[in-house]
Write a protein that binds this ligand. Structure first.
Ligand SMILES: C[S@@+](CC[C@H](N)C(=O)[O-])C[C@H]1O[C@@H](n2cnc3c(N)ncnc32)[C@H](O)[C@@H]1O
Length: 288
């Protein structure tokens, strides 16, 4: 049942990472970081950082991965985080200081065009921070210039929506209550690189070699491992773009949708684990 239509322009504002979206990531940081923790662990294990390395963390968000990398490259190494959201840069700088991390610094810039004053880094890392470029080949060509020759990149990007029921099933509920624009294949957004062949094309056209792509699949806890079905519904409605769209709907529409979402998450609730739903991410490495 479609009750409310959403103009395309309104939908696009939900990818405004320098503004509203960055602030929303920060406001829901614990939920986001604990939901996607399994992918971070897999990507960090695959990257296997060593003391002394200088690593860029692109689109670092609230900095969970940057802080983990800072510890792995200590002593002698450092992390430079680059994020387009000033709110996230301020919060993460504070978080690192509170954690006593002295070998990480955080820069507010567009990774598609940023330059580094103090020479290229050894490695580049990004968990879900590289799918939002308007011109992916231009952006990855710039990223390649930020690491030394033969330096390695490690990225995590989401696989196809059908293989990510943790997002798709909630979106399907929302779509029963409000019209949303159809997703545009390859457009900047969480699923920009769902098609690994496209990702291969982008990285090869940007000058990267030795591409190696593996899959990370399993269950993740929606809203974090201690979330109930009600918590997962609240997290999704506050944090994800389709939840925000619901929040702009009339009260009766919201009530019907949130009730249906809570029922969905209750079906996936496992005591002691949380609301466990399937995910698929591509873990990508390549050399400059
Ligand atoms: C989905 S969040 C992932 C955050 C973090 N990597 C994590 O996994 O916790 C995407 C991040 O990429 C950042 N971002 C988006 N476009 C960017 C750009 N062009 N340059 C730098 N950062 C960008 C956003 O501000 C946001 O922090």
């Amino acid at each position: 049942m479609t009750e409310t239509a959403l103009p395309q322009d309104d939908a696009l504002k939900f990818e405004d990472w320098a503004g509203e979206m960055g602030a929303r990531w920060l406001a829901n940081l614990r939920g986001f970081e604990s939901t996607i923790a399994p992918v971070g662990e897999a990507l960090l294990a695959r990257a296997a950082y060593c003391p002394g390395e200088r690593v860029l963390d692109i689109g670092f968000g609230g900095g969970a991965t940057s802080l983990a990398i800072a510890q792995a490259v200590n002593p002698g190494g450092e992390v430079i985080g680059i994020d387009i959201s000033a709110d996230l840069v301020t919060a993460t700088t504070h978080r690192a200081a509170l954690a006593g991390i002295t070998n990480a610094r955080f820069i507010c810039a567009d990774a598609a065009m940023v330059t580094l004053d103090d020479g290229p880094c050894d490695r580049l890392f990004s968990r879900f921070g590289s799918m939002f470029f308007q011109d992916p080949v231009g952006a990855f060509t710039n990223l390649r210039s930020l690491i030394r020759h033969s330096g390695r990149i490690d990225l995590a990007v989401w696989g196809p929506p059908l293989q990510n029921p943790w997002m798709l099933e909630g979106m399907a509920v929302a779509r029963r209550h409000v019209d949303m624009p159809a997703p545009i294949p390859r457009a900047p957004g969480p699923f920009a690189f769902e098609d690994v062949d496209y990702l291969r094309e982008v990285l090869a056209a940007s000058g990267f070699e030795q591409l190696d792509i593996s899959v990370a699949q399993g269950l993740l806890p929606v809203g974090g491992p201690s979330a109930t079905a009600e918590d997962a519904q609240a997290f999704v409605c506050n944090a994800l773009a389709f939840g925000q769209i619901l929040q702009d709907c009339p009260e009766a529409v919201q009530a019907a949708a949130t009730s249906e979402l809570t029922k969905l998450y209750a079906k996936h609730f496992r005591p002691g684990e949380g609301v466990m739903m399937g995910y698929t991410a591509w873990l990508v490495s390549a050399v400059a």
